[in-house]
Design a protein around this ligand. Structure first.
Ligand code: UD1
Length: 419
């Protein structure tokens, strides 16, 4: 099993280019089931994307990566379509459940494995199924699979989500794209990745508008037969991760290929903590501040502070003066990095949904275990500022979502190797 070894305390200096967003690419790959031929640019070459491509191949599409250009070509020749997403592909990557909406909308049926829980929580799909049922699907759960059918097609309607869910909003948009009549989705997620999906679907012939938390999907859409080209937006979580790395130990780091307007919340929080940030059109520059201020944050749906950056921000809080607080409002079990950070010397206490972080504390290298994608990268950040050597085990979690992590950090002077 591979490990990362980091020798800490080396200042970061240089430029980090941000990759395409995994969380944007995944639903757009699922949406490609609706199209004939698609070319996606700025595809991040990470494990979850390869798994989603494998799932599309299993369904009967053809996928071809141009690896050196970060391009993915997808063709749907409509031959031998298999409306099935098997357990072996959905269990490692929950976003596999996003093929449910397009398969059901286009082919009238789908059998998709229930993704089950994961380290950060139970992660149910009840809201996905709630929306599909409202659109007229008949849904049963049998032997761990979702069996969905809409023999005479889906029908547009008004759906109000009881809670905001990124995945359920995406699945509902993907299904409603093919529904007859108008669909109104209320209380939608409004993450930038949702907007990217809508912009892709509109290129495909959709008439979808999102204003506030309401999406209106107009009429039955004629799918355009011609080639659809789309460039995936930047990964705002990757950008936030490197912003925090720079705030921790950057001499001067420029983070480019981003749109600072999309990450206003993150920029403002770092500024409040005392980090000096210079914004340009497509990049920001920042460096370490030795006198960081404490802060309290609560994770929320966009435009609030993202749960996917909570573990990374916690590492920055270990270096701030005083008692900082993080309340995790999205997932029930997302503090699994805490015991590992404590082993490195962090002073963190957890009470219910809130973590209390006392800083500043000196971190010391240790052998630690990654538990999920974002938790693992928080250990990398801790390793970058710790005395001596940090060894991170189970880094397959990292490979699910961070493209060229070691290369990007090494180029900025970090000492990090994979063995
Ligand atoms: C997506 C992101 C993930 C991010 C999360 C929240 C992708 C591939 N993943 O995950 O990185 O952490 O958004 O920003 O884009 N819920 C239900 N029932 C449902 C669906 C969700 O109760 O049917 C709950 C979840 O358990 C969670 C909350 O709603 O507590 C938000 O989850 P959701 O927004 O759906 O997250 P994902 O789409 O799974």
């Amino acid at each position: 099993m591979q490990k990362l070894i980091i020798k800490g305390k080396r200042n970061l200096i240089g430029k980090i280019s941000i990759s395409g967003s995994k969380n944007s690419a995944l639903p757009i790959l699922a949406a490609s089931i609706l199209a004939n031929k698609v070319i996606l640019k700025n595809i991040p070459l990470v494990k979850d994307i390869f798994t989603m491509a494998e799932l599309l191949n299993f369904i009967g599409l053809n996928t071809k990566f141009l690896l050196n250009k970060n391009i993915l070509e997808i063709k749907n020749k409509e031959k031998k379509i298999n409306t099935l997403a098997p357990y072996k592909l959905v269990k490692t990557m929950r976003a596999g459940v996003l093929v449910l909406g397009p398969l059901l909308g286009k082919y009238g049926k789908a059998k998709v494995s229930l993704p089950g829980g994961c380290a950060i929580g139970t992660r149910p799909v009840n809201l996905h199924l709630f929306a599909l049922k409202k659109l007229g699907a008949n849904i049963k759960i049998k032997n761990g699979y979702i069996l969905a059918e809409a023999k005479s097609g889906l029908k547009g309607t008004t759906i109000k989500f009881p809670n905001v869910s990124v995945g359920a909003t995406e699945n509902a948009l993907l299904a409603a794209f093919m529904a007859k009549g108008k669909t109104v989705l209320k209380n939608c997620a409004t993450e930038p990745e949702i907007n990217d999906l809508i912009s892709f679907l509109n290129k495909l012939g959709g008439q979808i508008k999102l204003s506030g938390r309401t999406a209106i999907i107009n009429g039955k859409n004629e799918i355009k037969k011609q080639l659809i080209k789309h460039e995936i937006i930047f990964d705002r979580i990757e950008a936030g991760t490197y912003m925090i790395a720079s705030a921790l130990i950057g001499k001067k780091v420029t983070i480019d290929k981003i749109d600072p307007r999309i990450i206003k919340t993150e920029i403002n929080i770092l500024k409040k903590m005392g980090v000096k940030i210079k914004k340009n059109n497509n990049s920001i520059s920042l460096k370490k501040n030795v006198n960081l201020k404490k802060i309290n944050i609560t994770t929320k749906p966009y435009p609030g502070f993202p749960t996917d950056l909570q573990a990374q921000l916690m590492v920055l809080m270990t270096q701030a003066n005083g008692l900082s607080k993080i309340s995790e409002n999205i997932f029930e079990n997302r503090f699994m990095h805490v015991p590992e950070l404590r082993r490195m010397g962090a002073k963190i206490k957890i009470k219910n949904k809130t973590a209390f972080i006392k800083g500043p504390s000196k971190l010391a290298g240790a052998e630690v275990m990654a538990t999920d994608l974002r938790a693992s990268v928080s250990l990398v950040l801790a390793g970058l500022i710790a005395e001596n050597k940090t060894v991170i085990n189970r880094i397959y979690h990292l490979d699910r979502g961070y493209e060229f992590l070691e290369t990007k950090l090494k180029r900025c002077n970090a000492e990090i190797v994979r063995i």
